[in-house]
Design a protein around this ligand. Structure first.
Ligand code: ACO
Length: 330
């Protein structure tokens, strides 16, 4: 049995946060943000909208587009670094509850911006081993809840959103996910970190005062490792599978910074029309960024059955991953 990516869906919260809005909140400018990141807007969830609400809406679209019944789902995986609840229950359990499905395994994956590729790899393994037939994978983030909106080095980067996909068993090899590579290097754990409120530094007045439950990032150092790792990773997966850059229909990288994406696309000698860029609109939505970008080209009518996608992600941990995926949806 092979694993095929059958459908894609996404949800974007309605509140837009522009660079002009951020200029009123911190010492920054539209010019600086645009030049350094390419980001113009990002979307922010309502106060009473949690990560599972965003994930649910993306999941409903993915299920409808896969043309399956909810009851056919036999595994639910949610990648997130901004879960509804600290420790438990998992956001996957909350989405399953809101979907009205029970008695199937549901769990979260914590791999920051690489989370969707980690979820895809897990779904592929479950399907190929015969342990599941229809896996719902979700990347959902309410990063606005873990961003310090007085820290100009991070608050300009992140946004909220969710993406979801159905990965199903197929006997048709031409639909099969070709290859996935995932990896991590914990030596860089403190480059991207929420230092407080975990067991290492439990929640206290001091942790709250120092705002240590928010994202802290060594941006410049992360940037350098990200470019090198993302480039090596895609070069490697293409070489391993004997596929040329020109054979890729859509290169869908994690949307962190347009300068990172351009550097990787140039190293691969890709044409601009092959590279999917949504960072200017949505900012960095961590595990949701790749499925949201995939959904964007699907809804524009640019993603067709059989198109070959190259996915590439890098995030906190550090974690990274790449995948060669033919689109098996309609
Ligand atoms: N507005 C104006 N000035 C700013 C801002 C801002 N919002 N933020 C920082 N600056 C200043 C800095 O203070 C610094 O000033 P100084 O030279 O006087 O000290 C100057 O701008 C340059 O700062 P750098 O951090 O060197 O800027 P850089 O060009 O590296 O851009 C950025 C910063 C956009 C964060 C970039 O480093 C980046 O994109 N890093 C990678 C992010 C990433 O890939 N993360 C991985 C995934 S995220 C995840 O896993 C959740």
């Amino acid at each position: 049995m092979y694993a095929a990516l059958r459908s894609i869906g996404a949800y974007v919260p309605k509140n837009v946060l522009t660079n002009a809005d951020l200029e009123k909140m911190v010492d920054t400018s539209d010019e600086w943000i645009t030049k350094r990141t390419g980001i113009k807007t990002r979307f922010i969830a309502d106060k009473d909208e949690s990560t599972s609400d965003l994930g649910l809406k993306a999941a409903l679209k993915a299920i409808e587009r896969a043309n399956i019944k909810k009851d056919a789902i036999d595994l639910l995986i949610c990648a997130t670094i901004s879960p509804d609840y600290f420790c438990m229950p998992s956001t996957a359990c909350m989405i399953a509850k809101k979907l009205g499905i029970a008695n199937i395994p549901a769990f979260d994956i914590s791999a920051a911006c690489s989370g969707f590729i980690y979820a895809l790899a897990s779904a592929k393994a479950f399907v190929e081993s015969g342990m599941a037939k229809n896996v719902l994978i979700i990347g959902a983030e309410k990063l606005s809840a873990i961003v310090d909106f007085t820290d100009r080095t991070t608050c300009i980067l992140f946004g909220d959103g969710a993406g979801a996909a159905i990965v199903s068993a197929t006997e048709n090899q031409s639909e099969a996910i070709i290859d996935i590579n995932i990896a991590a290097d914990g030596r860089y754990y403190d480059y991207l970190i929420t230092p407080g409120c975990g067991t290492n530094k439990p929640c206290s007045q001091e942790v709250l005062k120092e705002k240590e439950c928010f994202i802290k990032m060594k941006g410049n150092e992360t940037f350098k490792v990200a470019v090198k790792t993302l480039t090596n990773d895609v070069v490697e997966i293409l070489k391993k599978n004997n596929i040329a850059g020109q054979d890729i229909d859509h290169f869908i990288p994690h949307q962190a910074n347009y300068r990172i994406l351009n550097a990787v696309a140039n190293a691969l000698d890709l044409n601009p029309h092959q590279v999917v860029m949504t960072v200017s609109k949505y900012g960095n939505t961590s595990s949701a960024s790749i499925p949201m970008a995939m959904n964007e080209i699907y809804e524009e009518g640019r993603l067709q059955y059989g198109d070959l996608m190259l996915l590439d992600a890098f995030g906190g941990g550090f974690t990274w991953g790449s995948a060669l995926v033919p689109f098996a949806g309609r």
